[in-house]
Design a protein around this ligand. Structure first.
Ligand SMILES: Cc1ncc(C[n+]2csc(CCOP(=O)(O)OP(=O)(O)O)c2C)c(N)n1
Length: 578
């Protein structure tokens, strides 16, 4: 068969059911056999959308997401998604066409060095110049994307490799020199961690996206039951542990809850579980959790002691680590009284009660975005999936939606990619065809990728869009408000409040998507119920919210977590009674 046929056949053998893509010259040979394949191809409107859709598909399903595009500009258009998937450890494979092997390096039409460009943005990138390499390289790409710490892999295949012939056989033999996935976690370290956890008087489980990636939520639940210790869940980990469980203090970090931030700052033992001490969590690093010893569990040894020294490092898959650690803790607790954490819990509960998430009503008569998010969550229930753009609306989504299950919150965390929401939500809906999928978007983020609405309409992908429309680049404006003397340099998306450009309702309608504009609180529930009742097409709601609404609490960039503010100028009282 031809290399092109081998690409499609390899994807079929790997169990790929859906791919997102857009054809062009250098990938044309592969699009021909794709037409006869059972693989469902979803034709996007921009290649960045194909990449984010593959991410949404992967995060929500736990499978590898796949995108396929042509060379040069098309491949370059996927770079943002590759970088995004790299920072959030999302398993995707992007297949790009490349000019013919003999043309490489000649500045040929639509030639770009995509392997070179993508190398720092991916877990790995391959250039394939011979047809007979195709099955092995594609199999390797899927193996590398999904195994160990997941991540994006790019396979750049020359047009000549696609048109040349090979003898296809499956499974291919492959050996990836230098690529090792950690096997058994160290027993000695597990014992040390169990010892530290059972002796701690103020422990906290700092849960990151790794718990979701390794499907380890059950193990975490058992660990919490055994120890009664508090849990904080980072942006990538929302849903890894149910919000309704009283052990969950919410999200830590820059826009985390006072209780979650306080728990880390005051703890004597931070148990980092698939989390990476990101600057958005630690604040000023040398003032982070100053008293705490650290147990750090991660499948990627490079994360251990990268930002914060780990007293007890454990390299391994969390699912397996939880099993061993929970057994070891049970064993220790057979011979030892549980530490009394009631004083620690009194302290944390005081913080939780004194500083709950809340908001002040806007003075301009517009909607409070937090109210909209809370009602969306309450009316949609715990089975709904949520994809977001980046900005204030993303933080409110994280704060005010109740997450009960892993893989239901799909958000660009590490890279913070505006424009992620619509295409990622589209990918989620393809993977979860019978579920409610909400896209929570900002009017800035939405305008970066909303052309994928056409993809959604044409391919029967009925996402629901809640536009949190404040007519400004809200998060940037918030920083200008707080740190630049309210000088709003270039953050207004509209000159006139009354005439918005674009008219989002008409924009949605031009795609054949029914929509509503909501300006008052009385209309909020009705509009959400209406959107929930529409299942056969995308729906769109333009919620007109106040541009002065702010995301609180906040730890300013580069500042100690101890200096968190829960409202403008309002610092929590860490010690003593209110
Ligand atoms: C691609 C990209 N460009 C710029 C930024 C910087 N940035 C972060 S938040 C933000 C404003 C987002 O505005 P909007 O999508 O309307 O959301 P809001 O904050 O108003 O809720 C900007 C410009 C970014 N994160 N991503």
């Amino acid at each position: 068969m031809t290399g092109a046929e081998a690409i499609i056949r390899s994807l079929e053998e790997l169990g790929v059911d859906e791919v997102f893509g857009l054809p062009g010259g250098a990938i044309l040979p592969t699009y021909d056999p794709l037409m006869d394949s059972k693989i469902r191809h979803i034709l996007v409107r921009h290649e960045q959308g194909a990449g984010h859709a593959a991410e949404g598909y992967a995060i929500s399903s736990g499978r590898v997401g796949c995108a396929i595009v042509t060379s040069g500009p098309a491949a370059l258009n996927t770079m943002t998604a590759l970088g995004d998937a790299n920072l959030d450890s999302v398993p995707i494979v992007v297949i790009t066409g490349q000019v013919g092997a003999s043309l490489i390096g000649t500045d040929a039409f639509q030639e770009a060095d995509i392997v070179g460009a993508s190398m720092p943005l991916t877990k790995h990138s391959f250039l394939v110049t011979h047809a007979d390499e195709i099955p092995a390289r594609i199999a390797e790409a899927f193996e590398i994307a999904a195994s160990g710490r997941p991540g994006p892999v790019l396979v750049d295949i020359t047009k000549s490799a696609q048109t040349d012939e090979l003898d296809f056989s499956w499974p291919p033999q492959f050996d990836i020199p230098g690529y090792r996935v950690p096997t058994k976690p160290s027993k000695k370290q597990i014992r040390a961690a169990a010892e530290a956890i059972t002796n701690a008087q103020a422990p906290v489980f700092y849960v990151g996206g790794g718990v979701i990636r390794s499907n380890a939520s059950e193990g975490l639940r058992t660990l919490v039951e055994l120890t009664d210790a508090p849990v904080v869940t980072t942006l990538t980990a929302r849903g890894a542990f149910p919000d309704s469980d009283k052990h969950n203090l919410g999200m830590p970090g820059m826009h985390g809850t006072v209780a979650a931030v306080g728990a880390l700052q005051r703890s004597d033992l931070v148990v980092a579980l698939g989390s990476r001490f990101d600057d958005r969590v630690t604040g000023k690093l040398d003032t982070f959790a100053p008293r705490a010893k650290v147990v750090h569990v991660d499948i990627d040894a490079a994360e251990i002691s990268k930002n914060r020294f780990a007293d007890i490092p454990i390299v391994g898959d969390l699912k397996q680590v939880f099993e061993l650690l929970n057994n070891e803790i049970s064993r220790v607790l057979e011979n030892k009284e549980k530490e009394d954490l009631s004083g620690w819990w009194r302290y944390l509960n005081r913080l939780r009660d004194a500083y709950p998430l809340g908001w002040t009503e806007p003075e301009d008569g517009r909607l409070a975005p937090q109210h909209v998010l809370r009602r969306l969550s309450q009316l949609s229930g715990p089975d709904a999936y949520w994809a977001t753009g980046v900005g204030q609306h993303q933080m409110w989504a994280s704060q005010f939606i109740d997450f009960e299950k892993p893989r239901h919150f799909i958000s660009s965390s590490g890279l913070g990619t505006m424009g992620y929401g619509v295409p990622a939500g589209m990918g989620v809906q393809v993977a979860q065809p019978d579920s409610i999928v909400w896209v929570i978007d900002g009017d800035g983020s939405f305008q970066m990728t909303n052309q994928e609405l056409a993809t959604c309409v044409i391919n029967d992908i009925p996402i629901k869009i809640a536009l949190i429309n404040n007519s400004v680049l809200g998060m940037v404006r918030q920083w200008q408000n707080l740190f630049y003397n309210q000088r709003y340099s270039h953050t207004n998306l509209n000159d006139h409040d009354s005439e918005q450009v674009p008219n989002f309702l008409k924009l949605a309608e031009s795609y054949g998507i029914p929509g509503r504009v909501v300006t008052s609180e009385e209309e909020v529930d009705d509009a959400i119920q209406w959107a929930l009742s529409v299942n056969d097409s995308p729906v769109f709601i333009d919620f007109r919210v106040s541009k002065d609404a702010m995301v609180w609490p906040m730890v300013a960039a580069g500042v100690s977590n101890d200096d968190i503010r829960y409202a403008r100028g309002m610092a929590p009282t860490w010690d003593g009674e209110e």
